[in-house]
Design a protein around this ligand. Structure first.
Ligand SMILES: CC(=O)SCCNC(=O)CCNC(=O)[C@H](O)C(C)(C)COP(=O)(O)OP(=O)(O)OC[C@H]1O[C@@H](n2cnc3c(N)ncnc32)[C@H](O)[C@@H]1OP(=O)(O)O
Ligand SMILES: CC(C)C(=O)C(=O)O
Ligand SMILES: [Mg+2]
Length: 583
């Protein structure tokens, strides 16, 4: 047995029953585990009904309208717009919509869905609300499971079936009385996931028959996990059972409506689609009763990230989020899949290193393929999709705090300030960043990192920095024999003087002048580049120097200047002063 130090808990878990005691799952033979999702199901947002009924402040017409317009612009074609018999607000919104549709302000391929319980008076009110709509779906629901039958409705199976059939027949009569409107029907056995499968089948098949569903006027059977109680495979088995056994299958749209009580709404919906579901109801960002309806954004982008077209537009996900947050008056969590503020951000060192390498590799591959980076296949570690595809920039991809390493810091200095530090200097600077972020306990912004770099490496190279060495003035020229000469005025401690040096380049001539002033410097590593940010025409130079002879300290210095030579000289002065500061 695997060693496990946990001890029996004291919470009353014995009060709860496993799902096998609560629902009979019939599918022994299943095909969903080896199926694949190769195309998008019909997505039906229920934000304006199920989402709305879960809000402390339900949406008014203006908010519903804004939400509806968003859904249309994203590409949804069937949209549940309300529970018209619930409130004047819901009724009025549907009437408002009828006006919009009739005036041509809503594309004519949009089908509004309205929701009703199995009560004749409320069904009448529902049909009143859709008068004048050329096409719509009326969605009838009733709870069907044993607990709801016994405790809520006080009706047995036969009585529930009778209620459903009376309501459905009433709906059929009301629809027949409106021949100018194309009205389809939808049925939801609420609490489907805890209802006896044979009873759900009996109800659904009864309605398929009663409504005389046909392939060109199909019925939608919407099978909700009203309150999740089991692992997603159980829901998938339930859906596959219905998929295989529903009568007139070609006249039925099999729909699912998962909630998220166990936090597995997305998994339930995905497995249900594998099991034969053709339509998925949910809400944007998972709003809805209790822990919410299944999140359509996550579902759709999960498909996208597999190379399957979700047939919805998320190219500006922040704009989508802004509208939804406004209408629901609820924030989207910073860790929300795909859309949260932090989901494309890495703070941790090894992730940053991998992302920075991945982005560079991606750019290189795109160039090799001769395509724009936006078109090249995506394979960047830790980023399931290209943030740019959903309207995000790379700015927030890497952020630095005490969990970060040299890769992230170097990435930010390079991408935000045009400074491409050599590998060894990255490690050197990273220690300074680590100290600063450990001390502050905070994140360091790209500007703060730049300031830290400036203070640590650039300032010591400039006159008046307070270091032991100040370069007050200098000139460099080339002698007729090709040797380089440097003449400079140096202040070393409190003594100033003029010095001259020679070398095979201007920098070595300067180092020679330093030797004449009694400062021994060996330049061990040197690199330089143009600064590629902020439209400047500056150059950056980095020098790793041994200062003070064979036993001296090895220190990095850096310089940035409009003259490359000045930058290189400053880098050496910086190294000397940093060595001096280190003692
Ligand atoms: C899982 C879901 O999301 S289901 C949808 C839930 N959404 C909502 O409830 C939002 C809108 N609802 C409302 O505004 C109100 O409930 C109304 C207007 C529809 C009805 O209001 P009321 O008449 O005051 O009834 P109330 O809200 O208390 O509902 C309880 C009654 O409805 C019955 N009932 C519940 N569901 C259904 C149904 N689908 N069909 C028929 N009757 C039902 C209950 O058995 C109970 O009946 P009882 O009074 O005989 O015991
Ligand atoms: C589809 C309806 C009845 C619903 O919202 C649910 O069961 O969660
Ligand atoms: Mg629901």
């Amino acid at each position: 047995m695997i060693w496990n130090p946990q001890r029996p808990g004291t919470m009353p878990f014995h009060r709860y029953r496993p799902y096998e005691d609560r629902v009979n799952v019939l599918a022994a033979d299943r095909s969903w585990p080896s199926a694949r999702i190769e195309s998008a199901p019909l997505w039906v947002p229920v934000d304006l009904r199920d989402g709305n009924q879960a809000l402390a402040e339900p949406m008014d017409t203006a908010r519903k309208r804004r939400f509806f317009d968003l859904l249309v612009s994203m590409g949804f074609k069937e949209i549940e717009v309300g529970y018209p018999s619930a409130s004047r607000t819901d009724f009025d919104f549907v009437r408002h919509l009828v006006g919009l549709v009739r005036s041509g302000a809503v594309p004519d391929d949009i089908t509004p869905v309205v929701f009703t319980p199995a009560r004749p008076d409320l069904i009448d009110r529902t049909f009143e609300s859709i008068d004048g709509l050329p096409r719509s779906v009326v969605h009838l629901y009733i709870p069907t499971s044993p607990v709801w039958r016994d405790v809520v409705l006080g009706r047995d199976r036969a009585a529930v079936r009778a209620t459903v059939e009376e309501a459905a027949a009433h709906m059929a009569r009301l629809a027949d009385a409106r021949p100018e409107s194309h009205i389809r029907f939808q049925f939801a056995p609420e609490t489907f996931n805890v209802t006896e499968p044979d009873f759900v089948l009996e109800l659904c098949d009864g309605l398929t028959e009663l409504w005389d569903a046909s392939p060109d006027r199909p019925v939608t059977h919407n099978l909700p996990a009203t309150v999740e109680i089991a692992t997603p495979n159980v829901y998938a088995d339930q859906i596959e059972y219905m998929h295989r056994n529903l009568a007139r299958r070609d006249s039925v749209i099999l729909s699912v409506h998962p909630h998220n009580d166990r936090g597995t709404g997305v998994a339930c919906a995905e497995l249900a689609v594998l099991a034969g579901a053709q339509r998925v109801e949910g809400c944007l960002f998972g709003n809805g009763e209790r822990t919410g309806n299944v999140d359509l954004v996550t579902l759709a982008l999960n498909l996208y990230a597999q190379g399957v077209d979700p047939m919805l537009d998320f190219s500006d996900i922040d704009a989508v989020r802004e509208v939804v947050e406004h209408c629901n008056r609820l924030p989207v969590h910073p860790r929300h899949p795909y859309a949260g503020d932090l989901v494309h951000t890495a703070f941790s060192g090894t992730h940053q290193d991998a992302i920075a390498k991945g982005l560079a590799h991606h750019a290189k591959q795109a160039a090799e393929l001769g395509v724009e980076p936006r078109e090249a296949p995506w394979n960047v570690p830790y980023l399931p999709l290209d943030p740019a595809d959903i309207g995000r920039s790379y700015e927030a991809v890497i952020r630095v705090n005490s969990q970060s390493g040299k890769g992230g810091t170097a990435y930010l200095l390079r991408t935000r300030h045009g400074l491409d530090l050599p590998a060894e200097l990255r490690a050197d600077f990273s220690r300074a960043v680590q100290d600063a972020t450990d001390d502050s306990g905070r994140e360091a912004s790209p500007d703060e990192l730049h300031e830290l770099f400036r203070t640590a490496y650039l300032v010591p190279g400039r006159p008046g920095s307070g270091g032991v060495l100040s370069l007050l003035s200098w000139t460099a020229d080339t002698a007729p024999d090709g040797a380089h000469r440097c003449v400079c005025t140096l202040q070393v401690g409190d003594r100033a003087g003029d010095f001259e040096g020679f070398g095979n380049g201007p920098l070595s001539a300067f180092v020679d002048a330093l030797a004449a002033a009694g400062i021994s410097v060996d330049v061990l590593d040197y690199s330089e580049h143009a600064v590629t940010s902020g439209g400047t025409s500056e150059a950056a130079a980095y020098a790793r120097c041994r200062v003070g002879g064979a036993d001296g300290d090895t220190v990095w210095g850096a310089g940035v200047d409009t003259s490359l030579l000045a930058a290189s000289v400053q880098a050496v002065v910086s190294a000397v002063n940093r060595a001096g500061a280190a003692g």
